[in-house]
Design a protein around this ligand. Structure first.
Ligand code: SF4
Ligand code: SF4
Length: 225
């Protein structure tokens, strides 16, 4: 069961990651291709209202790219606090909106110029993500990605992960399995408090004790309210 679920995710990501180098490569030849970046932006933020950061699981080509190529280098590593700080993340949201907005403003009406604004942004941020992926954490970029941050703000509490904490042995397998490098913390209702969960289910299928689930109540957890 575990292998089937993880295999399905790997298969999906093996297709989606290709979109990233394809859009960057084609974009430098034919800039309007860069408008495809809007699909990712709308997808990540749009889905967050219903299911949190689930777009970031396998649908985002960039997230899939980092999992496929860098996860093996830092499996089980957690993400440093500085990369998850609200100040840095808010700064990144403001920076990208300002940079992209300014470029679009000056290129307004010119399809190639506007497309190039997206291509340039995608190229530079992917390079930053690769450096972070090799040195800090495979999904390091996903903690400062403006779309990921917006999705975590808008999607807080959507499709939450639950734990039956009475049966958890704190073995740490879920932390090792998490592609986002999260250290799961749960509230008194057994609900994961971290809005950066991408709902991948890796921890759910890895847990030997089967104490994690996206269904509530899980096992003998009862709603306290
Ligand atoms: S955080 Fe950004 S780059 Fe990472 S998976 Fe989500 S939308 Fe893609
Ligand atoms: S906490 Fe579990 S479901 Fe959420 S991102 Fe980590 S491994 Fe995936």
């Amino acid at each position: 069961m575990k292998n089937i679920l993880l295999l399905k995710r790997i298969r999906k990501q093996a297709i989606t990651w290709i979109v990233l180098p394809a859009v960057i490569g084609l974009g430098w030849v034919y800039p309007p291709v860069g408008f495809l970046l809007l699909v990712c932006m709308v997808g990540a933020v749009g889905m967050s209202f219903f299911s949190g950061r689930s777009w970031c699981d396998w649908m985002c080509p960039r997230g899939a790219f980092y999992d496929v190529f860098f996860q093996k280098f830092n499996q089980g590593k957690t993400v440093p606090k500085w990369l998850r700080s609200n100040k840095l993340r808010t700064f990144m949201v403001g920076l990208i909106i300002t940079v992209l907005g300014t470029q679009l403003y000056f290129a307004w009406g010119d399809l190639h110029g506007m497309g190039m604004a997206f291509v340039r942004l995608l190229t530079i941020t992917t390079a930053v993500g690769i450096i972070l992926g090799l040195t800090v954490h495979s999904r390091g970029w996903c903690h400062i990605c403006p779309m990921g941050t917006l999705a975590s703000w808008f999607g807080k509490g959507k499709k939450p992960l639950y734990i039956n904490s009475e049966k958890c042995t704190n073995c740490g397998l879920c932390t090792k399995a998490c592609p986002m490098g999260l250290v799961p913390n749960f509230d008194e209702n057994g609900q994961l408090t971290d809005p950066d969960c991408i709902k991948c289910g890796s921890c759910v299928v890895t847990c030997n004790r089967k104490v994690l689930s996206f269904d509530y109540p899980i096992n003998d957890i009862k709603k306290s309210a």
